[in-house]
Every structure is written in structure tokens, then in C-alpha cells.
Ligand binder design. Sequence first.
Ligand SMILES: CC(C)(COP(=O)(O)OP(=O)(O)OC[C@H]1O[C@@H](n2cnc3c(N)ncnc32)[C@H](O)[C@@H]1OP(=O)(O)O)[C@@H](O)C(=O)NCCC(=O)NCCS
Length: 319
Amino acid sequence: MKIVRFRLATNQDKDSVLDFCKSTFSWGDYIDRVWDIWISEPNGMLLVAEAENHVKKPIAIIHGILIPEKTIWIEGIRVDSEYRKQNLATNLINQILEYGRRNGAIHSAAIVSIKNEASKRLMEKSKFEILSKWSYISTNQIILPPTNNLKGNFKIADSNDYQQIINFLGNSENFKSSGKKFVNSWRWHDLSEDRLFTMINNKQVIIVRKNKNNNDDDDKLQIRGIAITDREGYWNNQNIFQIVYIEADSEELLPSLVNKSLELALQHNEKHSYKNKNKYERIQVFSPYREYNSRIFTKSNITFSEQFLLYCKKIQDRL
Ligand SMILES: CC(C)(COP(=O)(O)OP(=O)(O)OC[C@H]1O[C@@H](n2cnc3c(N)ncnc32)[C@H](O)[C@@H]1OP(=O)(O)O)[C@@H](O)C(=O)NCCC(=O)NCCS
């Protein structure tokens, strides 16, 4: 194959691209759901590669987007199966990194399934390193199996809980090992104190404390777990309830925290809006990997579970 030029994608490319992205993975692909968003999203670049022997027919794509943490986020790398192993993906990544540098990005990052050997090698060859490992589940069983009648002391956090949550996360090995990230629309972002504050104000943060004895003061009890929720879905999937960060101090508590977070979110929706009032079509949960997360989620007869690696790379010194 005579290569190739790299150029910005146009809407005329859409059908050809979707054609070679129909069955990328065992479950299909998601490029059809994001194409219209990616092609018009500000601060991003949707690139295609086209071969000389085709008239403007794209044979590979990549999307890069500048996210607030001075990072160029890479996603949607797809190479038509006929043209793989010819450095197309490597060259596309380099183009995106260059775009990131020109626009002040200091880091680049991307997420890869732990089972995707080709992609893991691609990232490693491009000198990305693993920052953290994540468990992911997606289920349409709204009720996860009940857990030993565990009576936790759950609540939607408010600003009075802020400092205790900061302390909890500050002492959490789990949080540290996650790279201090959370997920927003399939991009991993820094869970900064400011963001956390906003999320608490938006009633997105659920905490569980130790069970109380008669004369315990609720607010002083130690936090045992935290879930950060997103009630709004993502892309064109508004009917998805996401937990975008979760951790709990025990194996038993984790499913209860998922259940309770959903219940509290539905109560919140009922009170404050009509959207997603009674139900969600699907629940997705992202958590920093721990062996027991993975075990519980597999055991729970979940529709889909997976592990992901968050890859990062420094692309230039601070400006
Ligand atoms: C993963 C994918 C993008 C790689 O595209 P590509 O153009 O073939 O990759 P490159 O030719 O640039 O390969 C770069 C390196 O990746 C690794 N690699 C690529 N394909 C591989 C494979 N099938 N098995 C093992 N390693 C592979 C190799 O280390 C290769 O370097 P080398 O040839 O010097 O050994 C392509 O296989 C693809 O589109 N897969 C389906 C979609 C996908 O998984 N996208 C990534 C989602 S995160």
C-alpha cells in the first residue's frame, strides 16, 4: 500500500468509516454513536488516513480531544482490517500528539481494554505507560443481588461532609492507585477537590458511614465507602445511570452501595425533575480495580464486565 495522507474527517467519510467499524469488537462498535459528536466537538480533531489507491476513501481513524487537565485524550483508533500492521495507528497517534503539543497539552491519555493485546502493544510502542487499572460493569438488571441485609448508613453527601470525604480519599490507597481519576463520558479526568465540591453540591456523591450506635453523632462517624454518580447519561444515551467512581471498605458493602446509589438517584430525580424519573435502561459502574470488585461483579450475573487500563504519556515539558 502506498501511504497515505492524513486529513481531517469530513461528513462524506462517515459511511465508509462506519462500514469498517461495524464489528470491531465482539459486541460491535460505538463509532456510529459518536461520529456526529466528534466531528463537531470543539477542541478536538477527528482524523482519517486515506490510501493513495483509493479516491478519498478512509481506511483508518482517530479522535483526539483537549481536556482540561492539559491533556490530549485519544480515543476511537480504528484501522480497516485490510490495512493493519502497517504503522497506520502509530502514525495517527503521532499526528494527534503533535496537535496536542501545538495546543498546549502536556500529557496524553487513553483507555484500553485489558483483553486488547494489539492495542496494549500499540500504546506501549508509542511509549505510553499504565497509570491505573479499572473495573467496569454494565447491567440492565436494575436490582443487583441483595447483600446479607446489610444495613449501611447511606446518604447523599452535602457540603458538611466535604472535608471528611477529602480526608477519606486522601487516605485511600484505592483512590491513589486509580491515579485520582473519575470517568466522564468515557474520558478519565482528575477528581480534584474543586470538582468534588461541585459534585457534592450537585448531589452526585453518595457516602456510607459506619452503622451508628445510640448516642453516636451521625456526621462524625467514619466513612466506609463512596460512590460518585452521574444521573444524566452520556452521548446520546440519556437513560444510563453511571457510577463514575466507587470504593468501599469491604466486599459486601460494594453491591449495597451500588444499589443504594441508584435508589437515592431515583429519589432525587423524582423530586427535582421529570427526566429519568422512574427508571434507567442500564447501569454502568466504573471502579478502580480491586480483586474483589472484579469477583463480585462477575458473580453478580452482570450482563457485561470488563477491565480497562488507563495509559498516559508526558508529551512535553510544562510551558
Ligand atoms: C489496534 C489497532 C488500532 C492497531 O492498528 P495498526 O495500524 O495495525 O497498528 P500499527 O501498525 O501502528 O502497530 C503498532 C504496534 O502495535 C502492535 N500491534 C498492532 N497490531 C497487533 C496485533 N494484531 N497483535 C499484536 N501486536 C500488535 C505492534 O507492537 C505494532 O508494532 P510492530 O509492528 O513494530 O511490532 C488495529 O488492530 C485495530 O483497528 N483494531 C481494532 C480496533 C481497536 O482495538 N482499537 C483500539 C481501541 S483502544
